[in-house]
Design a protein around this ligand. Structure first.
Ligand code: NIG
Ligand code: FE
Length: 401
């Protein structure tokens, strides 16, 4: 925890600013902050006198690296139970789709989440949040979508809000009522979409929703149904994001762009026309290598096309009990490099500044005067190590605004 004002000298900064060299690096640097906002991040030689910082609030970094705190912009962190038995079945060759169609998969987590009290759900979710925070995450998103009744969706969103209050870090909530068709609505998916829109409005009145998401896929909801969900969100003034083109080319990323989505996520099957539409709409491509890895997918997201057209790429855990039981942003970055061939610099941009954009946040993700003073001091020798080690935790200390 930091005091009201402070300064760290003799640091190396990975500012992640795009108007400088790799990592926006500055050697022999200092960072100063006041009331949770960075007041200076630059070379020590150019630093104005920080008259109001008491000497005992000045720390020597001994040449350690400092980067913006990490941001996990796509998680399903609030859920009850686990799906370890399903994991065993998948290893025996049963597909994720087959398990989902048999009423397992997402629906099995829905049953467990409905049965849990709000206090139990909080208690089960908190250690997962702490694991992320321990690695330097200071902002994250949490989706609903394992309740699929009004009351249990509300319960999930309330738990997400309480996790934010309890931990003191920023948590953005996303309403994912259109995650799967609940058993009560079997054969009536259009009716369910009408119901989702009604819940959205009521949960929005309680200020429980920061953004709206859907699972647009042949095992979930069609483009037309997703469009109706997005129309409701638009009428309420809520931003949208989308689970898009994960298992097939649904033209879902293009739909997210059409609604000026904050992000389109997964994107393994996204085509070039959609990539161009994403660029025009400033929609961030959120890459989720954890689910790709755990599902042993082979179809890669079009990273070359994102680079070619200048679409910002974020990297996230997709932390969930089915496809990505991944409680580590460092591992997500490593998997993004190994599977998707991101450079370690792209992975860190994807875990900071681009992840912030995917949440509609412009006040964090870079080390720059005026940004939030959320940053991490690391024990590694080079920032590429964040994506290099599998396991271990190179955090030296964490500063939250
Ligand atoms: O992001 N794709 C849909 N939703 C999650 C999976 C959720 C689950 O299997 O429980 C995902 O991969
Ligand atoms: Fe997801």
């Amino acid at each position: 925890m930091i005091s009201n004002s402070g300064m760290i000298i003799n640091a190396r900064l990975a500012t992640m600013r795009n108007d400088m060299g790799a990592y926006g690096a500055i050697e022999r640097a200092a960072i100063a902050w006041k009331d949770g906002i960075i007041t200076y991040a630059g070379p020590m030689s150019d630093m104005p006198v920080q008259a109001d910082i008491p000497a005992h609030h000045v720390e020597d970094a001994h040449n350690r690296w400092i980067s913006p705190a990490l941001i996990d912009c796509h998680t399903h962190l609030v859920f009850a139970g686990d799906r370890a038995v399903e994991f065993e079945r998948r290893l025996q060759g049963v597909s994720y789709e087959k398990i989902a169609r048999e009423g397992g998969g997402i629906i099995s987590t829905v049953k467990q989440t409905r049965d849990a009290s709000e206090a139990e759900l909080f208690a089960q979710s908190l250690p997962r949040l702490q694991n992320l925070i321990h690695e330097g995450v200071a902002t994250l998103e949490i989706k609903s979508g394992y309740g699929l009744t009004f009351e249990s969706e509300r319960k999930m969103l309330r738990v997400a809000r309480h996790l934010g209050e309890h931990s003191g870090i920023t948590i953005k909530t996303t309403f994912l009522g259109a995650h799967a068709l609940p058993p009560e609505f079997a054969g009536r998916s259009d009716d369910y979409i009408v119901t989702v829109c009604d819940w959205m409005q009521r949960l929005h009145e309680e200020q429980l929703i920061d953004a709206v998401d859907a699972f647009c896929e042949n095992i979930a909801f069609t483009v037309e149904q997703t469009r109706r969900v997005f129309e409701c969100a638009k009428n309420l003034g809520l931003p949208v994001k989308l689970h898009a083109d994960q298992l097939s080319d649904m033209k879902a990323a293009a739909l997210a762009a059409e609604f000026s989505g904050l992000s389109a996520d997964h994107l393994e099957y996204t085509d070039e026309a959609a990539v161009i539409a994403m660029k025009k709409a400033n929609t961030v491509a959120v890459l989720l290598p954890g689910s790709f890895h755990c599902l042993r997918e082979t179809k890669l997201p079009p990273v070359e096309l994102f680079r070619k057209h200048g679409v910002a790429m974020a990297v996230s855990t997709d932390l969930n009990p089915g496809t990505s039981p991944l409680q580590s942003m460092h591992l997500a970055m490593s998997l993004a490099c190994t599977h998707f061939k991101l450079t370690p610099e792209e992975a860190l941009l994807g875990a900071t500044v681009h992840a912030a954009s995917a949440l509609g946040l412009e006040d964090r993700g870079r080390l720059l005067a005026g940004q939030r003073a959320d940053f991490v001091q690391w024990s590694f020798k080079h920032p590429a190590e964040l994506s290099y080690w599998l396991g271990g935790n190179p955090v030296h200390s964490i500063h939250h605004a």
